[in-house]
Design a protein around this ligand. Structure first.
Ligand SMILES: [Zn+2]
Length: 445
């Protein structure tokens, strides 16, 4: 299919499939979960010769099976794939394969193609969806399996078979280097085995974007067999895996499902996290608090337990309790953007001049370290407006709409920012950039 036809087909899918903004397919951002996933990714990224602090592992709120990269800064994994895989090694195998696409520069080729396609107005739409997928921030329970936009994006970002073979080999090499048994890649292949025999519309998105053939699986197995992996102690990795996966599962699944699976007697951290989440969703905040208190007693220096408490409190409308919990979390992890974002959000809930000013500081710091948090941009706009900086409030709103792929709204608010901000200031320049990027005739020629 020609690129134009492909984009045209994609655009049609996208127009039909785009859900209402409030329920948009997007990222599931969670500080504790992402920290756990980063612990799994860190040795792989280092083995690839890249800097772990420069690559985020981000979870897409979609129950279908997929993982992909859009550029060199993040690996996107669908929640469904994390929950379906049964071992930390298999999840690391997926991460290793995707990191290999980054290390091998496979995304670069696509962005060159993207530039060639820039003239096509349909591309703008697909790119907007890509940006939106990369920045959504749905509310709790916003929905499972509204994955069409995400899947469309996955198809858009598909790899060639040569790239797949190269990513398999590099990924297996990183695994061996990082002390992860390379055989774990087989679990991933097994999961997708048989998918090629299905009609394309019945294949999982991952199978379509990462063609799995028997030949490919065999080549990977043969390559894995000749590697001599470094042995390593998996205890710590397993712990973070159980924490991250458990939290994601309890977040997405019903409280009764979680409590049936986890039981009441397991006092491990992952079990307590899952019960806390289940009770919170019921909602039974008193029981949820008891579980988090147990976690904090066991590991008082873990910022993510305080963050969990703060998040549950602010979601339950208890701003002062949330602020107390987040303050502890910030003291333990003063640079973690997701924690700063939650702290700022809690401070805003009090709605006093002093707390609004403190919120603005926290949110600005968070923003400088994390560009994939749509909720943060909304809070930042509120903080700017309340502290009398309407120009920056308009800019934050424009950035949020831009990230959602809502070009006209982005342009409208960027124009307001340009009018209100001092000519030549950094904010004014950023607003001008958005104006240029969202020019109505830019992509049509
Ligand atoms: Zn791949």
């Amino acid at each position: 299919m020609s690129l134009f036809r492909l984009l045209q087909a994609l655009a049609l899918i996208v127009v039909v499939a785009l859900p209402a903004p409030a329920r948009a397919v997007g990222l599931l951002r969670d500080a504790g979960m992402e920290h756990g996933l980063n612990q799994l990714a860190r040795p792989i990224i280092a083995a690839a010769g890249l800097s772990p602090s420069r690559i985020q592992i981000l979870v897409i709120n979609d129950m279908s099976l997929n993982a992909f990269v859009t550029n060199g800064r993040a690996v996107f994994i669908h929640a469904g794939l994390i929950l379906r895989l049964q071992s930390s090694e298999a999840l690391q195998a997926v991460i290793a394969h995707e990191v290999a696409h980054i290390a091998n520069g496979h995304y670069v080729r696509r962005s060159i193609n993207a530039q060639n396609a820039q003239r096509n107005s349909l591309f703008g739409l697909a790119a907007g969806v890509a940006a939106g997928v990369a920045s959504g921030n749905p509310a709790l329970g916003a929905g499972i399996a509204q994955g069409t936009a995400g899947s469309a994006l996955g198809v858009f970002l598909s790899h060639t078979r040569a790239e797949e073979a190269a990513a398999d080999k590099s990924g297996l090499r990183y695994m061996a280097r990082a002390g992860i048994p390379p055989e774990a890649m087989a679990e991933v292949f097994d999961l997708f085995a048989g998918q090629e025999a299905l009609a394309p519309e019945r294949q999982s998105a991952w199978a379509r974007t990462h063609p799995v053939s028997r030949e490919r699986a065999r080549a990977a197995e043969n390559f894995a067999a000749v590697l001599s992996p470094r042995t390593s102690d998996r205890t710590e990795t397993e712990y973070w895996y159980q924490r991250a996966r458990g939290k994601l599962s309890a977040y997405l699944r019903s409280p009764s499902y979680t409590l049936d699976r986890v039981g009441l007697s397991d006092m491990s951290d992952p079990a307590r996290i899952q019960r806390a989440m289940a009770y919170f969703k019921m909602p039974d905040m008193s029981k949820a608090r008891t579980e988090v208190a147990g976690l904090i007693e066991a590991r008082p220096d873990d910022p993510y337990f305080h963050e969990l408490l703060g998040w549950m409190e602010i979601e339950s409308g208890n701003a002062e309790r949330a602020i107390d919990a987040y303050r502890e979390a910030v003291a333990l992890a003063p640079r973690a953007p997701m924690i700063l974002a939650g702290y700022g959000r809690s401070l805003l809930a009090l709605n006093t001049p002093a707390t609004d000013a403190e919120a603005l500081t926290a949110l600005e710091t968070a923003r400088s370290r994390d560009r994939n948090n749509q909720r943060l941009l909304r809070d930042l706009a509120v903080a700017y407006a309340r502290t009398g900086n309407n120009g920056m409030a308009s800019l934050s709103t424009a950035q949020r709409y831009e990230a959602m792929g809502r070009r006209e709204d982005a342009r409208l608010h960027a124009a307001r920012a340009v009018d209100q901000l001092p000519v030549g200031s950094p904010g004014w320049s950023r607003a001008q950039d958005i104006m240029r990027a969202t020019e109505p005739n830019r992509t049509r020629r």
